[in-house]
Ligand binder design. Sequence first.
Ligand SMILES: Cc1cc2nc3c(=O)[nH]c(=O)nc-3n(C[C@H](O)[C@H](O)[C@H](O)COP(=O)(O)OP(=O)(O)OC[C@H]3O[C@@H](n4cnc5c(N)ncnc54)[C@H](O)[C@@H]3O)c2cc1C
Length: 442
Amino acid sequence: MTVSIALFTQDLRLHDNPVLHAAAAAADQVVPLFVLDPAVEAAGFAAPNRQAFLANCLADLDDGLCRRGSRLVVRHGDPADQAARVAAEAGADTVHVAAGVSAFAHRREARLRELLGDRLRVHDASLTVVPPGDVTPAGKDHYAVFTPYHRAWQQAPRRKVLAAPRALHTPDDVRSERLPTADGTSPALPPGGESEARRHWKRWDPDAYAELHDALAEDGTSRLSPYLHFGCLSANELAARATAHGGEGAEAFVRQLAWRDFHHQVLAARPAVAHQDYRSRHDRWHHDEAEAEAEAWRQGRTGYPIVDAGLRQLLHEGWMHNRARLLTASFLAKSLYLDWRIGARHFLSLLVDGDVANNQLNWQWVAGTGTDTRPNRLLNPLRQALRYDPDGAYVRRWVPELAHLPGPAVHQPWREDAPDYPAPIVDPDSLGARFRHARALD
Ligand SMILES: Cc1cc2nc3c(=O)[nH]c(=O)nc-3n(C[C@H](O)[C@H](O)[C@H](O)COP(=O)(O)OP(=O)(O)OC[C@H]3O[C@@H](n4cnc5c(N)ncnc54)[C@H](O)[C@@H]3O)c2cc1C
């Protein structure tokens, strides 16, 4: 009787899972293993919202495995130590794991290799549509600009979508700890897990996406990001299904999956950009009153309704609309000219889809220290508000103290009667002055 281990990481699913598929093909019995790593918490990455979502994902994965005659084995500790220990207990010949892109994932893989040697099998087509490094410009290890990356990405070969295994056999005598439970901090978190993800995907209609994805009040985006972050859905399967569906909306959606892959391939090649500027602009971020301003921003009390609406959505749902992420991030990094890492940390403390590649590199894109080819662009919150929330419905939903202001008047409460709402934290007439001065743009 041969045994293999499928070590789950950010691929918490049964469908289109190369790790599980290969583990099942390699042996008579499979141990599906997930290791709760205390280092994630020690690194400050275990935000309660994501822990709560993760607990749902693991319960759902266990459920799906049980229905196939197997079960999830959960352990606490260093993932490599635990995988080696379970391999010894079960007499496993091979351990299968998805390749990750962060420095953390690289270290985990190196340690697995140290303990398991050639019994380790790493599957690099698990987390993204196109594996990082599969498309590169001549003589370079990654693309630094999205448009040429996207062109190459569209031409890159795709692997076949894999069906979920029908049945799996797992040795009886491998002990599991209890599945975790956790409460999030945001009251309106989405439920985690592959079953919910697949229901959600079936319900969502991509046809209107091209037209509505930027309309803040419409909620026309897929809201699949948490499921993609935890791998409840495979990006490869989503891209294949959306391409088969066809049309402008599905095409625009697939382009966003390419953005996700783009950031993953940057981080895989340059793991340090999780903390360091990808392209330094020699910023000397604003310091006076920085903590008070950052706190007003975190609480959604900047006096700019569109900014505050986004930040309050984040507090409440653990998720924020992409357009709101862009303009709230631009407000912090450019209008207030505070270090982008302050904002990125706050997002990661709440986002249920909080992801090192997508969060840190989007923050850098907005701050102009990343891959944006126009690093000095500044999003004016008022213009953004009038364009993407023309009637003010998004603001009235999230900023109740302004609910009495009709139509677009809600975007400029400093001109209206709004005694319960803070005054603008920076003067609307000199927005961006700090940034332009610091980058010598005046
Ligand atoms: C400052 C900032 C921080 C961000 N932090 C994160 C984060 O921590 N985790 C995260 O998943 N996304 C992040 N994004 C990207 C984007 O805002 C979210 O992926 C998107 O809003 C999720 O909603 P959705 O699933 O409805 O997206 P849809 O519009 O339906 O897009 C489909 C999928 O494409 C991917 N995607 C879409 N836009 C981007 C993008 N700009 N970059 C990378 N992938 C993208 C996501 O996986 C998303 O689920 C951030 C963007 C900004 C500007």
